[in-house]
Design a protein around this ligand. Sequence first.
Ligand code: ADP
Length: 165
Amino acid sequence: MPKRTAIYPGSFDPLTNGHTAIIQRGLKVFDRLVVAVANNPEKKPLFSAAERKVMIAEAIGDDPRVEVDSFDSLLVDYVRRRGIHTVLRGLRAVSDFEYEFQIANMNRHLLPDLETVFVMTGEDYFFVSARLVREVATFGGDVSAFVPANVLAALKAKLASRPVG
Ligand code: ADP
């Protein structure tokens, strides 16, 4: 049987337990996943794409079903280049729906072969976002329940090395 592969794209700035839950659920549906870090310097990310890739690879550990990559083009161009026409996305609360609906339809308009598959998060993580994690951590809040241990360490190191103000 051919292997089913999907691309799971996102900013992952940084990876959260919400993301890892989507990866684990995705692996119940797909044989392989390519976790693809969107490298968009205009978003002024806290972590570089290279740092985000390392954090994801560390958090996932040695799993031959998961590849970690990055891309700095339109998602549809990356999808075309990789020849993998299925995209995995996570859905949290209602607030995600409109945005995800827009991009899924725009992507399908740009590349009619592309199919987006959504996995809904469990109640444990439906309120967790990378943006919230960044904000809470920046002001010294405890985010240990929401990110893998290596990401927590990387957040502490990154924020300690940043100039204050
Ligand atoms: P965010 O900054 O909101 O975490 P990303 O671009 O890193 O966003 O997210 C990539 C994908 O993962 C998106 O489809 C997003 O909806 C999904 N996602 C992020 N956090 C969660 C979560 N806690 N539960 C389910 N899906 C999530």
